[in-house]
Design a protein. Structure first.
Length: 277
């Protein structure tokens, strides 16, 4: 029997590949991974069940990370499908699931699809010029890490573009509810391009105050992308300072810090510029 990891793509349920759809339909059970992206939250349950010909089981953070043994136990004797927004290997959680399956001798089949890792090229920057991808975390009053910025700087110094994936807070609990064992969760929160730009500017200011060299500043060009692959996709090219004021609309957002650009890339970025300069 087989554990099938099936990519859904970026836009909606219609972005699934023919192979992915046929594979899911042939499985005994279908799980929908519900927390590494928000596409799944906008999917109509009736539409989902109709598309696959059976009930689709929502697999939230707790199911995927803590109750994965249930899925693997079923895959020992049945074909089980796990639907993943984007591509199955866009999140480390799914790589961990594959490892655990192989350790138990369970065959794994992966059906790939588009993800932000390759769709980001829609902004005009060439994929082969991207360096290490960075995850930008939401700051709190007592926790404001800067380590991700060092990776951005490293790419920038080498002339490479940086894709910054912005933080998602889904099914988060307060410390009080965690201690009491209450299954109460905070409302979902999604970091915006303007919020990420504000953090970048704050880090630049801090490093200037410490007299540390920093090649990135308020006038550094950046690109904001929102809802890539959706019908209302939005892209904006401007300076880091200007990005703090740009409303990219509903999530999901990501931010790109371009490195050294080719004339064709610059021409493409100009088509998304929010100002003429």
């Amino acid at each position: 029997m087989v554990l099938h990891l099936i990519g859904l793509g970026l836009g909606d349920i219609k972005d699934i590949t023919i192979r992915g759809l046929e594979t899911a339909k042939s499985c005994s059970k279908i799980y929908l991974e519900m927390y590494t992206s928000i596409l799944s939250y906008g999917l109509d349950r009736t539409e989902l069940n109709k598309a696959f010909g059976k009930d689709v089981i929502e697999a939230d953070r707790e199911m995927v990370e803590q109750l994965a043994d249930q899925v693997l136990d079923e895959a020992v004797s049945e074909d089980i499908a796990v639907l993943v927004v984007g591509d199955p290997f866009g999140a480390t959680t799914h790589a961990d699931l594959v490892l655990r399956a192989k350790q138990r001798g369970i065959k794994v089949d992966v059906v790939h699809n588009a993800s932000i890792m390759n769709a980001v090229a829609c902004c005009g920057l060439q994929l082969y010029s991207f360096g290490e991808t960075v995850s930008v975390v939401m700051w709190t009053d007592g926790w404001q890490p800067e380590s991700y910025f060092d990776k951005v700087l490293s790419n920038f110094e080498r002339g490479l573009h940086t894709l910054c994936l912005l933080d998602i807070k889904v099914k988060e609990q307060t410390v009080e509810n965690m201690m009491k064992g209450n299954k109460k969760y905070e409302p979902p929160r999604y970091q915006t391009c303007s919020e990420a730009a504000e953090q970048f500017l704050k880090i630049c200011e801090r490093r200037q105050e410490r007299s540390e060299a920093c090649l990135i500043n308020a006038e550094t060009p950046v690109v904001g992308l929102a809802r890539v692959g959706w019908k209302d996709q939005h892209i904006a090219s401007c300076t880091l300072r200007e990005m703090t004021l740009v409303n990219m609309g509903a999530p999901l957002h990501c931010l790109v810090i371009p490195g050294k650009t080719h004339p064709m890339e610059e021409e493409m970025l100009q088509t998304f510029a929010i100002s003429k300069r």
